[in-house]
Design a binder for this molecule. Structure first.
Ligand code: SF4
Length: 368
């Protein structure tokens, strides 16, 4: 873990206006006009915990790149889309996205503790967007889940479900667990790193429910986000019997260096959080400056394979634009050996080339 104390100033409240970022010394006043334009379109929030991690003297600070708005967000690239992973086309009722047969997303709130500059739902989240589901919409969403016995897992996402009060979370968890076929309730959250003080004993108790198993997926992209406080609340969650997995987004200038990516995955495992997904950056509007190429992502995954154990390996996935779901995007370590000489020899059985962690190629089954 990074032991350098980067806290130069620690604001006492969440920064939401570009002028507040200027006053906190996190951006230059010369950028104010552009940042006002960005903030008029996409929500801004930087919690005191994350502001304290930013080294304002470092132009490309990996925490700042994730949360501090930039004029580059005003530039749209071809292919970018307000709904890059096709939530709308798979939403049978308000609040529900039903993309895969056995699971649904249940979007309860549209607010987050912090607003990520690369968010794939950036056109849908933030103050001033739709607020929490109305009681009628909530009831219709539950009816939809009840009437689809194939739904085994409900993923609470948003927005960030841990922005709800413990009392409301308890009601929602109980409503879902009362549905016989719902066995897993997974919550996607950034709160343990963005605002760890929200995770109270009462909230953890609210997440445990009879009749269904709770999982928490923590979103973090740089090892520095896993501060002592963040680690403590994750330990409390896991000690309470709630397993955790990670999800990260591969981001240029944040974790697209093998040393940073390795440190992040090791930090998760040290916290008893199993690395789950490394997402390729979605085609959200104004996010090209934060995306890598797929080839870079594959090279990083290959390098990770050579450096850390299987415990530290996430799946590198792409959400196919248009709502076609996630696909693992490699790299591929196996290819069929279709050599002509082998065909001439009349071999019926397939043989494969397999690449080891050093990049060397071997035949399977071996020759001889
Ligand atoms: S916490 Fe999640 S939903 Fe909220 S802004 Fe970040 S990526 Fe988007």
């Amino acid at each position: 873990m990074n032991k350098i104390n980067l806290a130069k100033t620690r604001p006492d409240r969440t920064l939401r206006q570009p002028m507040e970022l200027v006053e906190a010394g996190l951006v230059s006043e010369t950028t104010l006009a552009d940042l006002e334009k960005v903030a008029a379109r996409y929500a801004v929030a930087v919690t005191p915990d994350l502001a304290a991690l930013i080294d304002a003297d470092e132009a490309d600070d990996p925490i700042a790149r994730q949360f501090i708005p930039s004029a580059e967000e005003l530039v749209m690239q071809p292919g970018e889309n307000a709904d890059p992973i096709g939530d709308h086309s798979h939403s049978p009722v308000s609040g529900i996205v039903h993309r895969y047969p056995d699971r649904v997303l249940f979007k309860l709130v549209h607010i987050c503790a912090v607003y990520c500059r690369f968010c794939f739902r950036r056109e849908m989240v933030g103050p001033g967007r739709a607020t929490a589901l109305s009681p009628e919409a909530y009831s219709s969403a539950l009816d939809y889940i009840r009437s689809h016995p194939e739904i085994w897992e409900v993923v609470l996402t948003g927005g960030d479900p841990l922005m709800l009060s413990p009392r409301r979370l308890k009601e929602i968890m109980s409503d879902l667990a009362a549905i016989d076929h719902v066995k897993i309730i997974r919550l996607h959250t950034r709160v343990p790193v963005a605002e760890p003080s929200r995770i109270s004993a009462e909230m953890i108790a609210a997440l445990k429910v009879k009749g269904a198993t709770t999982w928490i997926a923590l979103h973090a992209n740089h090892a520095r986000e896993l501060t002592e406080k963040a680690r403590e609340v994750c330990a409390s969650i896991i000690d309470a019997g709630i397993p955790m997995v990670s999800q990260s987004v591969l981001l240029r200038g944040v974790n697209d260096d093998i040393t940073d990516l390795e440190a992040l995955m090791r930090a998760f495992v040290e916290c008893r959080i199993k690395p789950y997904y490394l997402h390729h950056g979605d085609l959200a509007p104004g996010t090209a400056h934060l995306r890598t190429t797929l080839a870079q992502g594959q090279a990083l995954m290959r390098a990770l394979q050579g450096r850390v154990s299987g415990l530290c390996q996430p799946d590198y996935v792409l959400d196919i634009p248009g709502g076609h779901g996630k696909a693992p995007v490699g790299p591929n370590y196996l290819s069929e050996d279709n050599s002509l000489s082998r065909q001439r020899e009349g071999h019926m059985e397939s043989r494969y080339r397999v690449v080891d962690y050093c990049g060397d190629i071997h035949l399977y089954p071996p020759e001889g």
